[in-house]
Design a protein around this ligand. Sequence first.
Ligand code: TXA
Ligand code: MG
Length: 324
Amino acid sequence: MSHSCKILQTSAENIDLCVDLLRDGVVLGVPTETVYGLAGNALKEESVRRIFEVKGRPLLDPLIVHFSSIKQAEAHVEFNERARALAAQFWPGALTLVLRKKDTISDLVTAGLPSVAVRIPGHPIFRKLLERLEFPLAAPSANPFGYVSPTLAEHVAATLGDRVIAVLDGGACEYGVESTIADLRNPDTPTILRPGPLSAEQLGMQSVEVEQPSNKTAQPAPGMLSLHYSPNTPIMLFRHGERPSCVQKSEAVLYNTKPAADKLAENIFWLSESGDLKEIAHNLFTLIQKLDVRGYTQLQVERAENVDIGIAVNDRLIRAAAKR
Ligand code: TXA
Ligand code: MG
């Protein structure tokens, strides 16, 4: 695929270059421990606008703002005691908190909401950038709006490469699914808005029901649109631990675990040799994107066991399989 996006290896020079570019208001692909982000100065209107433009994302879908420290975040966000306790326990990490914003965060970032989604990421390269910068970074996942999130620098270059000048290569993302989003505006009724690597149990909250999304019903939060994470190839799901009822030669099958058979057909794939849930999440978007360019008529995908990060995997699969 031809594009002008540079994949930058992480060297001291390239980090310096990215710091300079971000200070100039440029939008870049950056690695995080969840998925790759499309980062820009959260306090500069021009950069924030550019993020929406590059993704082709509607302005009603608010962005997550990434900080280097709680101290830095406190200048822009109203914390409550419960949020502070969660932040102390899980940051840096794959947890995003929705809290009341202060006036320094523009309505453009939050789609006009009085709240803002915030996270201190754990990826050492992303942290290095944040620690060097004088401002927080707004960063949605670095995929075209509605497509599967990127888990490799190559995904960013392949899908946004004609609109982004560079992506900093931090290798394969550890978790492979986006952060858990918890609404902490009211500390007495914290709610999970998006399941992710940290489970409700770990966070001491009610677990979430993953339901078949529908575009007709009201969304739980702006931007929690059902048609998300969809590859170009249609996805059909089958139950965990079972087999698809009928498979055409033109279709691919994705199991959680490597099937026990001496010889497997060429259209059979698996997300983990052993069925390890973390590995299944880690490989999910990478394998889907790999198969998405092979011309299969359909991907038949096994649902994950509905526990821990498997809840996030099923949430993404259900959205990917939602009819367009
Ligand atoms: O792991 C992640 O969270 C990645 C990395 C790059 O940090 N980011 C990410 O951002 O997944 P994005 O924009 O693809 O998804 C953020 C979600 C959106 O669905 C958005 O609607 C929701 O967060 N969100 C943002 N601000 C919100 C707010 N104030 N209230 C409710 N939901 C909000
Ligand atoms: Mg996204």
